[in-house]
Design a protein around this ligand. Structure first.
Ligand code: JDQ
Length: 283
């Protein structure tokens, strides 16, 4: 996978050289290139921002440096394969332009998995009040543009979201995780555990500062351990993420689940779901 990041703070992306992502790059699974947007300015002061049309506070990123940077980086990326009838903007093998913004669609595990399938991701973290709108319009004709938010809080720029999204994507690439982690059931992975958060975990010593590891985990009864873990996962999900319980499809719950959920004050409706069905307002 080829991964480009265009930023006015290239040092902010230094953590991509470390840990899991950095190791994946060292092993050749990933080609990461960090670019300074100011390299594509033409004035003496390397200006990247200007005042907003229509007035208002703050500054807006000028379109020209982004245009020059993206033209060069998209031309230099892996080739889009296909029959020529499809454009890079629509092809599964064309580039994806990821633009972090508080007004984007929510970045989810599902989107991370989709991005992990693509050969070329170009990240465009902005600063100030964001990038001139015409840049997204222009590159939507040459790439799949994804405007994404990592959560409902306001950051000062898109660099931290890039670190978050790259880590979520790279750990899904084949060969990046060792066997232990790759066989784990992730809380948000599509599949059997999608509606359950992780329960608590423990390691040695068996007693720390007078606090004991739950006895059931010390015995070897795998059936009882699995049930104990599921109960704690359910309790935690009901407490922290009731929305996930409500979104779980009917048939997600076995008899002990339903007994515990009833104890916690949850009752399924006639269809076996907790609360109103999600959806109905898409697009
Ligand atoms: C930028 C800004 C517009 C604040 C400038 C570029 N989830 C998430 N929170 N915040 C961001 C993403 C984010 C991403 C990129 C950014 C914030 N800002 C500051 C811009 C309105 C408010």
């Amino acid at each position: 996978m080829r991964l480009d990041v265009i930023t006015i703070f290239p040092e902010y992306l230094a953590p991509l050289r470390l840990s899991l992502v950095g190791k994946a790059a060292d092993r050749g699974l990933l080609d990461i290139r960090i670019h300074d947007l100011r390299a594509w300015t033409r004035d003496r002061h390397h200006t990247v921002d200007d005042t907003p049309y229509g007035g208002g506070p703050g500054m807006v990123m000028k379109p020209e440096p982004w245009g020059e940077a993206l033209d060069e980086i998209l031309a230099d990326g892996p080739p889009t394969d296909g029959d020529g009838a499809e454009t890079a903007a629509r092809s599964d093998t064309g580039p994806v332009l990821v633009v972090p913004t508080p007004s984007g669609r929510p970045f989810t595990q599902e989107i991370a998995a989709e991005l992990a399938e693509r050969p070329h991701l170009v990240f465009a973290p902005a600063r100030y009040e964001g990038i001139d709108r015409r840049v997204v319009e222009e590159y939507a004709e040459r790439a799949e543009v994804r405007e994404l938010s990592i959560g409902d809080y306001v950051l000062a720029g898109g660099e931290a979201p890039v670190l978050v999204m790259v880590e979520a994507v790279v750990r899904l690439l084949p060969g990046v995780l060792g066997n232990v982690e790759s066989h784990r059931d992730d809380s948000f992975a599509a599949g059997s555990m999608a509606h359950l958060l992780e329960g608590p975990v423990y390691t040695k010593p068996p007693v720390w500062r007078g606090r004991e590891v739950p006895e059931i985990l010390l015995g070897g009864h795998h059936g009882n351990i699995a049930r104990w873990r599921r109960d704690h996962a359910l309790r935690r999900t009901a407490e922290h993420r009731p929305d996930l319980l409500r979104a779980a499809p009917p048939g997600s719950w076995d008899r002990p689940d339903l007994r515990l959920l009833a104890e916690l004050g949850w009752e399924p409706d006639a269809d076996g779901r907790f609360g109103p069905r999600p959806g109905g307002m898409e697009e």
